[in-house]
Design a protein around this ligand. Structure first.
Ligand SMILES: [Fe+2]
Ligand SMILES: [Fe+2]
Length: 169
C-alpha cells in the first residue's frame, strides 16, 4: 500500500517536470513576446510615415520600416525554428532545414570569396565617400553611408557563415 503511494508521488513529480517549461519553450515565449513588440513598432512607424510632409522625414522613416520588416522576417524564422525543435519537426522555414546540396549550392560556394571581397571593397569606398561628403546636408549622408558600412559588415559576416556552412554540408 505504501509502495503504491510512493509510486504515485514519483509519477506526479515526473509529470510536473514534464509539464514544466523547457529552456527551448521559454526561449520561444521570449521570442514571441519580442515579435509582438516589433509588430507594434512597425505599425507605429508606418502610420506616422504616411502623414509626414517632408520627403527627407518620409525617406528616413521608410528606411526604418524596411529594416523593421526584415527584423520581423528574422524573428519569424527563429520562432519557426524553435517551434520545429519543440515538436521534433523541421517546418519548411526552419533554419535547421538544410535542404539537399545541388549544383547551385556549389556555385554559390565558388563565388562566396569573390562576394566577400566585393563587400570589403564597398566598405572602403563608403569610407572614402563619408570623408568626401562630410559637411553636406547636415550630416545625413554620413549617417546613411555609415549605415551602409554596417550593412556591408553584416553581409561579410553572413557570407562567411554561409561559406563555412556550405563547406560542411
Ligand atoms: Fe526591430
Ligand atoms: Fe552588400
Amino acid at each position: 500500500m505504501m509502495e503504491d503511494f510512493a509510486d504515485v508521488t514519483a509519477l506526479s513529480e515526473f509529470m510536473a517536470t514534464r509539464e514544466g517549461i523547457s529552456p527551448i519553450e521559454r526561449l520561444l515565449n521570449e521570442f514571441e513576446a519580442h515579435e509582438a513588440k516589433e509588430d507594434h513598432a512597425l505599425e507605429f512607424y508606418k502610420k506616422t510615415l504616411a502623414h509626414m510632409p517632408s520627403p527627407l522625414t518620409r525617406f528616413l522613416l521608410q528606411l526604418i520600416v524596411s529594416d523593421e520588416e526584415k527584423h520581423r522576417a528574422v524573428v519569424h524564422a527563429m520562432v519557426s525554428t524553435l517551434k520545429g525543435s519543440l515538436t521534433w519537426t523541421r517546418p519548411p522555414d526552419s533554419l535547421e532545414n538544410t535542404g539537399a546540396v545541388t549544383g547551385s549550392t556549389r556555385e554559390l560556394l565558388d563565388v562566396t570569396d569573390e562576394l566577400i571581397r566585393l563587400e570589403k571593397d564597398g566598405i572602403t569606398e563608403y569610407k572614402t565617400l563619408v570623408k568626401a561628403s562630410s559637411g553636406y546636408y547636415r550630416g545625413v549622408f554620413k549617417i546613411l553611408l555609415d549605415s551602409m558600412i554596417r550593412d556591408s559588415e553584416k553581409h561579410v559576416e553572413l557570407l562567411e557563415f554561409l561559406k563555412q556552412n556550405l563547406k560542411d554540408a
